[in-house]
Design a protein around this ligand. Structure first.
Ligand SMILES: Nc1ncnc2c1ncn2[C@@H]1O[C@H](COP(=O)(O)OP(=O)(O)O)[C@@H](O)[C@H]1O
Ligand SMILES: [Mg+2]
Length: 257
Protein backbone atom coordinates (compact mmCIF):
# COMPACT_ATOMS: atom_id res chain seq x y z
CA UNK A 1 0.00 0.00 0.00
CA UNK A 2 1.36 3.39 -1.02
CA UNK A 3 -0.20 6.34 0.76
CA UNK A 4 -0.29 9.82 -0.72
CA UNK A 5 -1.59 12.73 1.40
CA UNK A 6 -2.79 15.84 -0.44
CA UNK A 7 -2.20 18.79 1.87
CA UNK A 8 -1.98 22.56 2.18
CA UNK A 9 -1.83 25.14 4.94
CA UNK A 10 -4.43 27.25 3.12
CA UNK A 11 -7.95 26.29 2.05
CA UNK A 12 -9.50 26.65 -1.39
CA UNK A 13 -6.30 25.86 -3.27
CA UNK A 14 -7.63 22.74 -5.01
CA UNK A 15 -6.79 19.84 -2.66
CA UNK A 16 -10.10 18.06 -3.14
CA UNK A 17 -10.05 18.66 -6.88
CA UNK A 18 -6.52 17.30 -7.14
CA UNK A 19 -7.17 14.36 -4.81
CA UNK A 20 -10.10 13.22 -6.93
CA UNK A 21 -8.48 13.82 -10.28
CA UNK A 22 -5.06 12.43 -9.39
CA UNK A 23 -6.82 9.32 -8.05
CA UNK A 24 -8.71 9.09 -11.32
CA UNK A 25 -5.57 9.65 -13.41
CA UNK A 26 -3.63 7.01 -11.46
CA UNK A 27 -6.53 4.58 -11.91
CA UNK A 28 -6.66 5.38 -15.63
CA UNK A 29 -2.97 4.45 -15.79
CA UNK A 30 -3.83 0.99 -14.49
CA UNK A 31 -3.19 1.47 -10.77
CA UNK A 32 -5.61 0.19 -8.14
CA UNK A 33 -6.60 3.34 -6.27
CA UNK A 34 -8.61 4.21 -3.18
CA UNK A 35 -9.43 7.90 -2.60
CA UNK A 36 -10.11 8.68 1.09
CA UNK A 37 -11.87 11.84 2.25
CA UNK A 38 -10.50 13.07 5.58
CA UNK A 39 -12.26 16.44 5.34
CA UNK A 40 -15.56 16.87 7.24
CA UNK A 41 -16.79 18.93 4.26
CA UNK A 42 -17.40 15.47 2.73
CA UNK A 43 -16.95 16.87 -0.79
CA UNK A 44 -14.52 14.40 -2.39
CA UNK A 45 -17.33 11.96 -3.19
CA UNK A 46 -19.07 14.55 -5.36
CA UNK A 47 -16.21 14.37 -7.87
CA UNK A 48 -17.01 10.67 -8.25
CA UNK A 49 -20.74 11.10 -8.77
CA UNK A 50 -21.88 9.86 -5.36
CA UNK A 51 -25.47 11.03 -4.77
CA UNK A 52 -25.37 14.01 -2.33
CA UNK A 53 -28.21 12.59 -0.20
CA UNK A 54 -26.14 9.52 0.79
CA UNK A 55 -24.81 10.02 4.30
CA UNK A 56 -22.50 7.03 4.82
CA UNK A 57 -18.77 7.26 5.31
CA UNK A 58 -15.85 6.28 7.50
CA UNK A 59 -16.56 8.84 10.26
CA UNK A 60 -20.03 7.44 10.91
CA UNK A 61 -18.70 3.89 10.64
CA UNK A 62 -15.94 4.67 13.15
CA UNK A 63 -18.36 6.21 15.65
CA UNK A 64 -20.64 3.19 15.28
CA UNK A 65 -17.70 0.82 15.82
CA UNK A 66 -18.22 -0.64 12.34
CA UNK A 67 -15.67 -1.53 9.64
CA UNK A 68 -15.01 0.69 6.63
CA UNK A 69 -15.87 -1.76 3.85
CA UNK A 70 -19.64 -1.23 3.60
CA UNK A 71 -19.04 2.51 3.21
CA UNK A 72 -16.76 2.15 0.17
CA UNK A 73 -18.24 3.68 -2.97
CA UNK A 74 -17.52 2.79 -6.57
CA UNK A 75 -19.18 4.97 -9.13
CA UNK A 76 -18.35 5.20 -12.81
CA UNK A 77 -14.71 5.68 -11.93
CA UNK A 78 -12.24 2.84 -11.68
CA UNK A 79 -11.00 4.38 -8.40
CA UNK A 80 -12.73 3.38 -5.17
CA UNK A 81 -13.87 6.16 -2.84
CA UNK A 82 -14.15 6.25 0.95
CA UNK A 83 -16.37 9.23 1.79
CA UNK A 84 -16.10 11.08 5.10
CA UNK A 85 -19.86 10.83 5.67
CA UNK A 86 -22.31 13.32 7.10
CA UNK A 87 -21.91 14.11 10.81
CA UNK A 88 -23.76 16.51 13.06
CA UNK A 89 -21.73 18.88 15.22
CA UNK A 90 -21.77 16.70 18.36
CA UNK A 91 -20.66 13.63 16.41
CA UNK A 92 -17.94 15.60 14.66
CA UNK A 93 -16.50 16.68 18.02
CA UNK A 94 -16.66 13.08 19.28
CA UNK A 95 -14.96 11.84 16.11
CA UNK A 96 -12.18 14.43 16.35
CA UNK A 97 -11.63 13.49 20.00
CA UNK A 98 -11.34 9.86 18.87
CA UNK A 99 -8.68 10.81 16.32
CA UNK A 100 -6.70 12.64 19.00
CA UNK A 101 -6.77 9.71 21.40
CA UNK A 102 -6.13 7.13 18.64
CA UNK A 103 -3.18 8.51 16.63
CA UNK A 104 -2.84 5.22 14.73
CA UNK A 105 -6.51 5.13 13.68
CA UNK A 106 -6.04 5.80 9.95
CA UNK A 107 -3.10 3.46 9.53
CA UNK A 108 -5.03 0.69 11.30
CA UNK A 109 -8.21 1.25 9.26
CA UNK A 110 -6.33 1.23 5.96
CA UNK A 111 -4.43 -1.86 7.08
CA UNK A 112 -7.72 -3.64 7.81
CA UNK A 113 -8.86 -3.17 4.19
CA UNK A 114 -6.34 -5.76 3.04
CA UNK A 115 -5.03 -3.64 0.17
CA UNK A 116 -2.23 -5.00 -1.99
CA UNK A 117 1.41 -3.94 -1.80
CA UNK A 118 1.14 -1.74 -4.90
CA UNK A 119 -2.33 -0.33 -4.29
CA UNK A 120 -2.38 3.45 -3.98
CA UNK A 121 -4.34 5.41 -1.37
CA UNK A 122 -4.91 9.13 -2.02
CA UNK A 123 -6.01 11.08 1.06
CA UNK A 124 -7.78 14.43 0.84
CA UNK A 125 -7.34 16.61 3.94
CA UNK A 126 -8.73 19.86 5.38
CA UNK A 127 -6.31 22.82 5.39
CA UNK A 128 -3.81 23.50 8.17
CA UNK A 129 -3.04 21.69 11.41
CA UNK A 130 -5.88 19.44 12.65
CA UNK A 131 -6.41 15.90 13.95
CA UNK A 132 -7.25 14.94 10.34
CA UNK A 133 -4.00 16.35 8.96
CA UNK A 134 -2.01 14.61 11.71
CA UNK A 135 -3.61 11.26 10.90
CA UNK A 136 -2.86 11.68 7.18
CA UNK A 137 0.72 12.85 7.68
CA UNK A 138 1.43 10.09 10.18
CA UNK A 139 0.95 7.39 7.57
CA UNK A 140 1.77 9.13 4.24
CA UNK A 141 4.73 7.97 2.18
CA UNK A 142 4.38 10.94 -0.15
CA UNK A 143 2.89 14.37 0.62
CA UNK A 144 1.53 16.34 -2.30
CA UNK A 145 1.47 19.98 -1.20
CA UNK A 146 -0.90 22.18 -3.20
CA UNK A 147 -0.35 25.91 -3.67
CA UNK A 148 -1.79 28.67 -5.80
CA UNK A 149 0.69 30.87 -7.65
CA UNK A 150 0.17 33.79 -5.30
CA UNK A 151 1.87 35.48 -2.36
CA UNK A 152 -0.46 34.01 0.30
CA UNK A 153 0.19 30.43 -0.80
CA UNK A 154 3.90 31.11 -1.05
CA UNK A 155 3.96 32.56 2.47
CA UNK A 156 2.05 29.54 3.84
CA UNK A 157 4.44 26.90 2.48
CA UNK A 158 6.85 26.93 5.47
CA UNK A 159 3.96 26.05 7.83
CA UNK A 160 3.16 22.98 5.73
CA UNK A 161 6.82 22.02 5.52
CA UNK A 162 7.05 22.29 9.33
CA UNK A 163 4.11 19.91 9.75
CA UNK A 164 5.70 17.48 7.30
CA UNK A 165 8.99 17.66 9.21
CA UNK A 166 7.13 16.93 12.44
CA UNK A 167 4.99 14.01 11.33
CA UNK A 168 6.71 12.45 8.30
CA UNK A 169 10.43 12.96 8.12
CA UNK A 170 12.47 10.40 10.00
CA UNK A 171 9.90 7.65 9.45
CA UNK A 172 11.59 4.80 7.55
CA UNK A 173 8.70 4.42 5.08
CA UNK A 174 8.54 8.13 4.21
CA UNK A 175 9.54 9.02 0.63
CA UNK A 176 9.20 12.81 0.52
CA UNK A 177 7.04 15.76 -0.42
CA UNK A 178 6.29 17.34 -3.76
CA UNK A 179 4.41 20.47 -4.80
CA UNK A 180 1.63 20.98 -7.33
CA UNK A 181 1.05 24.59 -8.33
CA UNK A 182 -2.65 24.82 -9.17
CA UNK A 183 -4.77 27.31 -11.09
CA UNK A 184 -1.89 28.81 -13.01
CA UNK A 185 -3.02 31.53 -15.39
CA UNK A 186 -0.31 32.16 -17.96
CA UNK A 187 -1.76 35.57 -18.82
CA UNK A 188 -0.84 36.85 -15.33
CA UNK A 189 2.71 37.95 -14.73
CA UNK A 190 2.53 37.46 -10.93
CA UNK A 191 1.49 33.85 -11.41
CA UNK A 192 4.38 33.22 -13.80
CA UNK A 193 6.81 34.87 -11.37
CA UNK A 194 5.63 32.75 -8.43
CA UNK A 195 5.90 29.56 -10.51
CA UNK A 196 9.44 30.53 -11.48
CA UNK A 197 10.39 31.32 -7.87
CA UNK A 198 8.96 28.02 -6.62
CA UNK A 199 10.75 26.07 -9.35
CA UNK A 200 14.04 27.78 -8.45
CA UNK A 201 13.47 27.03 -4.76
CA UNK A 202 12.08 23.50 -4.93
CA UNK A 203 13.58 22.19 -8.19
CA UNK A 204 12.55 18.57 -8.82
CA UNK A 205 10.10 18.73 -5.94
CA UNK A 206 7.72 20.67 -8.18
CA UNK A 207 5.64 17.74 -9.42
CA UNK A 208 3.86 19.92 -11.95
CA UNK A 209 1.61 22.80 -12.74
CA UNK A 210 -2.15 22.59 -13.28
CA UNK A 211 -3.52 25.50 -15.27
CA UNK A 212 -6.66 27.38 -14.42
CA UNK A 213 -9.26 25.74 -16.60
CA UNK A 214 -13.01 26.15 -16.54
CA UNK A 215 -13.36 22.46 -17.38
CA UNK A 216 -12.43 21.82 -13.71
CA UNK A 217 -15.43 23.69 -12.29
CA UNK A 218 -17.72 22.39 -15.05
CA UNK A 219 -16.72 18.78 -14.35
CA UNK A 220 -17.77 19.11 -10.70
CA UNK A 221 -21.08 20.61 -11.77
CA UNK A 222 -21.64 17.40 -13.78
CA UNK A 223 -20.55 15.16 -10.83
CA UNK A 224 -17.50 13.78 -12.57
CA UNK A 225 -13.76 14.06 -12.86
CA UNK A 226 -12.13 16.46 -15.29
CA UNK A 227 -10.58 13.47 -17.04
CA UNK A 228 -14.00 12.07 -17.79
CA UNK A 229 -15.69 15.42 -18.46
CA UNK A 230 -13.12 16.69 -20.93
CA UNK A 231 -10.24 14.34 -21.78
CA UNK A 232 -8.73 16.97 -24.10
CA UNK A 233 -8.72 19.90 -21.67
CA UNK A 234 -5.54 21.59 -20.50
CA UNK A 235 -6.29 20.51 -16.90
CA UNK A 236 -6.63 16.85 -17.95
CA UNK A 237 -3.29 17.05 -19.74
CA UNK A 238 -1.66 18.64 -16.65
CA UNK A 239 -3.21 16.11 -14.25
CA UNK A 240 -2.09 13.14 -16.32
CA UNK A 241 1.46 14.50 -16.31
CA UNK A 242 1.41 14.98 -12.53
CA UNK A 243 0.04 11.45 -12.04
CA UNK A 244 2.72 10.04 -14.30
CA UNK A 245 5.47 11.72 -12.29
CA UNK A 246 3.90 10.51 -9.04
CA UNK A 247 3.92 6.94 -10.38
CA UNK A 248 7.58 7.30 -11.32
CA UNK A 249 8.45 8.58 -7.83
CA UNK A 250 6.56 5.71 -6.16
CA UNK A 251 8.09 3.12 -8.50
CA UNK A 252 11.62 4.44 -7.92
CA UNK A 253 11.06 4.18 -4.19
CA UNK A 254 9.54 0.70 -4.52
CA UNK A 255 12.67 -0.51 -6.33
CA UNK A 256 14.96 1.10 -3.76
CA UNK A 257 13.01 -0.43 -0.84
N1 LIG B 1 -7.15 24.09 -12.04
C1 LIG B 1 -8.31 24.68 -11.71
N2 LIG B 1 -8.94 25.49 -12.61
C2 LIG B 1 -10.11 26.09 -12.29
N3 LIG B 1 -10.74 25.97 -11.11
C3 LIG B 1 -10.17 25.19 -10.17
C4 LIG B 1 -8.94 24.50 -10.42
N4 LIG B 1 -8.62 23.79 -9.30
C5 LIG B 1 -9.61 24.02 -8.40
N5 LIG B 1 -10.53 24.86 -8.92
C6 LIG B 1 -11.74 25.38 -8.22
O1 LIG B 1 -11.30 25.99 -7.00
C7 LIG B 1 -12.24 25.78 -5.96
C8 LIG B 1 -11.56 25.18 -4.75
O2 LIG B 1 -11.13 23.86 -5.06
P1 LIG B 1 -11.12 22.71 -3.96
O3 LIG B 1 -10.58 21.52 -4.63
O4 LIG B 1 -12.45 22.60 -3.31
O5 LIG B 1 -10.05 23.30 -2.94
P2 LIG B 1 -9.67 22.81 -1.45
O6 LIG B 1 -10.03 21.36 -1.36
O7 LIG B 1 -8.20 23.07 -1.33
O8 LIG B 1 -10.47 23.66 -0.50
C9 LIG B 1 -13.34 24.91 -6.56
O9 LIG B 1 -14.41 25.73 -6.95
C10 LIG B 1 -12.67 24.27 -7.78
O10 LIG B 1 -13.60 23.95 -8.79
MG1 LIG C 1 -11.20 20.39 0.06
Amino acid sequence: MKIIAVVSAKGGVGKTTLSANLAEALAAAGERVLAVDLDPQNALRLHFGMPPQEVGGHARATLAGEPWEPSLYRGRSSALVMPFGALNEADRSAFEAHLVTHPGWLRAQLGALGLGHDDIVVIDTPPGPSPYMRQALSCAQVCVMVALPDAASYAALPLMEDLIRTYCEGRPDYVGHVLVINQVDVSRQLGKDVVQTLRAQLGERVLGVVHQDQAVAEALAYDRSVLEYNPHSQATHDLLRCADRLRQALAAHGEAA
